[in-house]
Design a binder for this molecule. Structure first.
Ligand code: ADP
Ligand code: 5GP
Length: 190
């Protein structure tokens, strides 16, 4: 079996983590989550090696120099995130496909690199206002961090058309059903 990549990208707060978690719960036999490396602090409840590999900036940059990342980015000023080549190989070696929850630039980068082996899905929130409300409701960011995320989101919403598919996340249940259909269609293609 040739391992594939299923990429969910969107501005922060659009709902991609929620949708990706749903897909993982429904199809644990088919897909596995690409755990990114990140230099940000873990949020309450986040587990190292499950949500992210939380590493120092020094270690991150050392691994960049050793070319261990397929892609990486300074997503927010001073905070790095990246996909390790070893992580993707580890999942493919188990016979599963890899699912990503990754920012917009990172998603496009992977799509360019893997072309038809990858499905790139853009999760579209109903509006910037709703996205801001969702981020505030999630309660994980200070007002300053929240503003930084919203400023970045405004720019990222303009990238939707570059993806293979736009998935509207207005009603969460509908979005999850549609995401499942997209996933199964893509995985069934040879
Ligand atoms: P992202 O991973 O894109 O940053 P999350 O999945 O963390 O986004 O979602 C941001 C917040 O919005 C979470 O609190 C989540 O429960 C909520 N959320 C996600 N989708 C919807 C939806 N369709 N309607 C209302 N709230 C939603
Ligand atoms: P958060 O801090 O909310 O977990 O993530 C912030 C942003 O970084 C999100 O848009 C998330 O999808 C993105 N992100 C997570 N992992 C990676 C990665 O490996 N590479 C890139 N480019 N972005 C990532």
């Amino acid at each position: 079996m040739e391992g594939k990549l299923v990429i969910f990208s969107a501005p922060s707060g659009a709902g991609k983590t929620t949708i990706v978690k749903h897909l993982l719960a429904e199809h644990p036999d088919k897909i596995s989550f690409s755990i990114s490396a990140s230099t940000r602090q873990p949020r309450t409840g986040e587990i190292d090696g499950k949500d992210y590999y939380f590493i120092s900036k020094e270690e991150f940059l050392h691994r960049v120099a050793k070319k261990e990342f397929i892609e990486f980015e300074e997503v927010y000023s001073g905070t790095f995130y990246g996909t390790l080549r070893a992580e993707v190989d580890r999942i493919w070696a188990t016979g599963k496909h890899v699912i990503f929850d990754i920012d917009v630039e990172g998603g496009l980068h992977l799509k360019r690199k893997f072309e038809d082996r990858a499905l790139a899905v853009f999760v579209q929130p109903p509006s910037l206002d709703v996205l801001t409300q969702r981020l505030r409701g999630r309660g994980t960011d200070s007002e300053e961090k929240l503003r930084e995320r919203v400023v970045k989101a405004e720019k990222e919403l303009g990238y939707a058309e570059r993806f293979d598919v736009i998935l509207h996340n207005d009603d969460l249940e509908k979005a999850c059903t549609e995401a499942e259909r997209l996933l199964l269609d893509f995985l069934s293609k040879t």
